[in-house]
Design a protein around this ligand. Structure first.
Ligand code: PEP
Length: 257
């Protein structure tokens, strides 16, 4: 059994305003206890406009819930209208930032160089990237899912030194399983997650690869999380839709029960 602490992260996407965010984090805090936090790291990834409210609540009540953003600019400051920078997120004490989510790749044209620049920006400012990778349906049907996903891992980690790479989180999210209710079979998810760990070992070392946490994401719910978490190379889940229901997310955190 690995010594990696599972990470359950809730990607709220573009849902919940800052008042709803406070109510939601309060519900999570009410539902979770020290035993949960000892066993699992719990994080929420709200929209940018909620982060200050979440920070104030977490700080004020000394909550053990971590939080982060859903995207980061590759640049530190300047004429980049609409962007949010690493220094801004660091100032809000964000722990995590998802980078290269399939919705960013699909709707905002984020490619490997952009994703790689954002991974560098996150590390530069002390944020932990959750690097999202995974194939579209056509790619899986053609049998190229492993090659495709490993190319995204390699692209995201380009020129990232080992000291930084050791703390990265990689989320394997097959695009066809995101928000569709079609969960990837646990054996199929394990196949790709093991290949991702193998790629990290090839790029760095086996020792470093054994430290990196690899999440599965794609229609995770309380009812299917235990089977996914039973796989040796899956160290947590990136949860979209189901993370908007506080009771459901608490059950996901308690996947062992
Ligand atoms: C996600 O947005 O990262 C995700 C996995 O969404 P869902 O759980 O809704 O499929």
């Amino acid at each position: 059994q690995s010594t990696r602490t599972p990470l359950m992260a809730g990607n709220w996407k573009m849902n919940l305003n800052h008042l709803e965010a406070i109510a939601h984090v309060q519900k999570l805090a009410f539902g979770l206890n020290d035993k949960d936090y000892d066993a699992v790291e719990v994080a929420v990834l709200p929209p940018f406009t909620d982060l200050r409210s979440v920070q104030t609540l977490v700080d004020g009540d000394k909550l053990k819930i971590k939080y982060g953003a859903q995207d980061i600019s590759a640049y530190d400051s300047g004429a980049y209208t609409g962007e949010i920078s690493g220094p801004m997120l660091a100032k809000l004490k964000c722990t995590y930032v998802t980078i290269g989510h399939s919705e960013r790749r699909q709707y905002h044209g984020e490619n490997e160089p952009v994703v790689n620049a954002k991974v560098k920006a996150a590390f530069k400012h002390g944020l932990t990237p959750i690097l999202c990778v995974g194939e579209e349906l056509e790619v899986r049907e053609a049998g190229n899912h492993v090659t495709h996903t490993l190319a995204q891992v390699e692209g995201g980690l380009k020129d990232i030194p080992a000291e930084q790479a050791a703390s990265i989180v990689i989320a394997y999210e097959p695009v066809w399983a995101i928000g569709t209710g079609k969960v990837c079979g646990s054996d199929d998810a394990q196949e790709v997650c093991a290949a991702i760990r193998g790629k990290v070992a090839e790029l760095y070392s086996q020792d470093l690869a054994d430290q990196v946490r690899i999440q599965y994401g794609g229609s995770v719910k309380a009812g299917n999380v235990a089977e996914i978490m039973a796989k040796p190379d899956i160290d947590g889940a990136l949860v979209g839709g189901a993370s908007l229901d506080a009771e459901e997310f608490v059950k996901i955190v308690r996947f062992r029960d």
